[in-house]
Design a binder for this molecule. Sequence first.
Ligand code: F6R
Length: 610
Amino acid sequence: MCGIVGYVGPKKAAPILLDGLRRLEYRGYDSAGLAVHDGREIEVVRAAGKLENLASALEQRPLGGSTGLGHTRWATHGRPSEQNAHPHAAGDVAVVHNGIIENYLELKHELQASGVRFASDTDTEIVAHLIHRALEQGAPTLFVAMRQALGRVRGAYALAAISRREPDRLVIAKNASPLVVGVGEGETLCGSDIPALLGSTRNMLFLEDGEMAELTAGGVRIETVEGKPVERAPKRIDWSAVQAEKGGYKHFMLKEIFEQPRAVEDTLRGRINLDEGDVVEAELGLDAQAARTIERVVLVACGTSHHASLVGRYWIEQLARVPAHTELASEVRYREPVFGPKDLVVAVSQSGETADTLAAVKAAREGGARVLAIANVLGSAIPRASQGSLYTHAGPEIGVASTKCFTTQLVALLLLAVHLGRRRGTLDAERGREILQAMLELPNEMRWTLARKAEIHQVARHWHNAPHMLFLGRGLGYPIALEGALKLKEISYAHAEGYAAGEMKHGPIALIDENMPVVVVMPRDRQYEKTLSNLQEVRARDGQVIAVVTEGDAEAKKLAQWVLELPKMPELTQPVAAVIPLQLLAYYIADLKGTDVDQPRNLAKTVTVE
Ligand code: F6R
């Protein structure tokens, strides 16, 4: 999510660190900073906003040493600001971090009780204090102190630290967030991503989860967190700078489709209490009393976020037994809608800045409703205008067509439905546990689905010149059909329509002939038999069927010309995996047509106009 770069060697560190951060700029960030050891002290310079702000701050306060750390932050805990920007210092230590510390509140309270004063709202600062405390309590080196700190920390991290006492080295550690070491001539670097290091070296080695390393100008020493030495030779990376930004994928959109299992893991991280079958979420600000007084949930959103809301509506009604409605934000704001204090309005927006959604939030607040935001950008306008928020931790999404933000919105909505259900007494702990367990299995089910990309590519090759495509689904499959159609039209410019399968005979059936490809979303669920009948109706009129089914569905295989499989999984969580074949289908079709996949014509990533 955020960007890390570290340097130790004979040159001045600051320009190299700044160059590394510039190479990571494409990922998006909200603040940045450097910490450099000048031979006597560690100096930290940070700035909110763009790297130019950091560069100007560095002109005012040049940093002289040759060991240092740099960071671009994408906020997850604590709003974007200079104070929350990394590096974070404690005593003799400065730290940068990517990822999420799950048990940060517990650790923060413990440290506060022992007299520690925090200078930021971040989870990262806790790690700096833990390392500092370990040094104070006798840890002989930064490496040992980092190991002791890691013993206390749960979560995802790529960490890099420097210490005033050891000016010639960096210590780094990795768990579930990428970390790369660059081995140059008499200099060693680290980075969260390959592009950060390309200005200095192409010889790189990749740290694995549960490993730490000590970097000096002479090289790198790796150990597992338990202290077992690790031997690993660097590899030569021949990617161009542009290839490296995309992680070797052809487009950001494809990279982001494949990042979804990780994005879902991060969105779930620290939010699930399996023992209680409950969702741990302080930011929501919805206690049992507030949850019980809700008489209606209204989900407001645009585009892809609206499709996520349609799925959310099913979940909220099913699990929390409260009427739930969805509204297109662009419509509701002009309708003189009636909102009241017994309404919970959920504004879903990946950017958190969409003008129509923001206006709907304001209308809801004026009507006295309680408003909760689901957003991917911390501190953006919609969460700021809401009383509570639930952030998706998808990381920056660069492709204009939303993919990982959609699946993490789904995850956030299901967490919300469980949260409401448990507080309203409509969901017992056992069922809550079952659903949360199913959510924990999602990343692997998504990986299973992504691994079938070759079959999806085959369908794309056959149909990439089709001028039209119809997408059908029922129940939870209906919003997924809508999203599949939207993805296709956005990036391939083919005309695509999503329909509730039950509506087919009320109109769209007239379109069906041998030239009409029809994608039917029909995993095994309570609506399966009915959707199968719709598939038969399409086949009876010579329509060409691409069915998205649960693995081993012999019935569908007999009838459909193409079958895209999902793993066997619980009905409730199916939409999160079911959208993947449709995202990939749209992507491959667009790529075969040669459109500008990441920046489709006429579209913007953030729509701040009506
Ligand atoms: C489609 C897409 C858009 C957005 C819509 C709302 O791929 O990304 O339809 O979903 O513009 O944007 P947010 O979610 O930022 O409010």
